[in-house]
Design a protein around this ligand. Structure first.
Ligand SMILES: O=C(O)CCC(=O)C(=O)O
Ligand SMILES: [Fe+2]
Length: 314
């Protein structure tokens, strides 16, 4: 389903104030804006100017990573960390995935020595800094949404059981500039997703009326989306953001996605406060990593829609 998309603008919410602390007036104002954005779009643009100083090195690091020969990128899977290289079925998307622990370790060993035999300290440092900045923002946003639903007393427990996956993405320009799907329409499986990109757009988000909106983030903003795990935790409180990527024009699109999920062995479950006779529990408790395994087995069968319902719907 191709669509040129409408030019509607997502709500823009500013999280740059270093004094943004729970309970402050600034916090409550941003939380109010998050609540409205969630109700209307299940998505918003988050200004976080701390990311601007990293922008140039992040974009250079991305280009370098994708300039490497294919064999190098496919090389590495360790028992401890997951690191994979993928190409999409459309052939436009190439992506590299690393988990947070791997990013943190990589200055010493691991990722960079695998990609570059002599190591590449600056690449690692850039990824570490980017993960630090974006995960700080992710924690703020996740806590605000938990507060909106009156269950922020679980925020610390959730932080302790969160695992971040960083995805490096390159979408090649489509043949002859003809609009071509880069990623099929889906909602993410994890808790919260933060997307950051170069100046080439392509992300589209479906609004309540089923129309695709073209998304245009700025150099100091992230696009924030919610996934199926967060919806399950909130017992249906947020709609997972439905999105896809449509590539146009003659330039490659580079981007990074930070995906928060829960660690293996942790069961995602709606707290008792959100379950009652009027709101019966929607999903049985599940392990996010196990659910991902189920999801990836469904994709080749063309069943990539709302797989959580099929996996553990009540
Ligand atoms: O490239 C993008 O902006 C979106 C990527 C995406 O939807 C995903 O990796 O789940
Ligand atoms: Fe996605």
């Amino acid at each position: 389903m191709m669509s040129s998309g409408t030019q509607a603008k997502l709500p823009v919410i500013d999280f740059s104030d270093p004094n943004l602390k729970p309970g402050s007036p600034e916090w409550d104002l941003a939380k109010h804006q998050v609540r409205q954005a969630m109700e209307e779009y299940s998505c918003f643009e988050a200004l976080f100017d701390q990311v601007v100083e990293l922008r140039n090195e992040v974009m250079v690091a991305l280009e370098e990573a994708f300039d490497l020969p294919l064999e190098t990128k496919r090389l590495y899977v360790s028992d401890k960390h997951f690191y994979g290289y993928f190409e999409s079925t459309t052939g436009l998307l190439e992506s590299l995935m690393v988990d947070e622990a791997q990013v943190a370790d990589s200055i010493e060993q691991g990722l960079t020595t695998t990609l570059w035999p002599q190591g590449n300290i600056s690449f690692s440092k850039t990824l570490v800094s980017f993960t630090e900045v974006s995960s700080r923002l992710e924690k703020i946003i996740r806590r605000m949404i938990l507060e909106i639903f009156g269950v922020d007393k679980y925020a610390d427990e959730l932080d302790d059981n969160t695992n971040y996956m960083l995805k490096l993405m390159k979408y090649n320009a489509p043949p002859y500039g003809k609009p071509t799907s880069g990623v099929f329409a889906h909602c993410d499986k994890n808790m919260v997703t933060l997307l950051y990109q170069n100046e080439v757009d392509g992300l589209q988000i479906q609004n309540k009326d089923g129309e695709w909106m073209n998304i245009k983030p700025s150099p100091d903003s992230f696009i924030v989306m919610v996934g199926e795990s967060f919806n399950a935790l909130l017992n249906g409180g947020v709609s997972p953001t439905y999105h896809h990527v449509l590539m146009k024009g003659n330039n490659a699109r580079y981007g990074l996605g930070l995906f928060s999920g829960t660690v293996t062995g942790y069961h995602v479950k709606a707290p008792d406060e959100l379950v009652n006779d009027n709101n019966p529990i929607l999903f049985k408790p599940f392990d996010y990593e196990e659910y991902l395994g189920f999801y990836f087995a469904q994709v080749p069968l063309g069943r990539a829609g709302s797989t959580l319902q099929a996996y553990c719907g009540v």
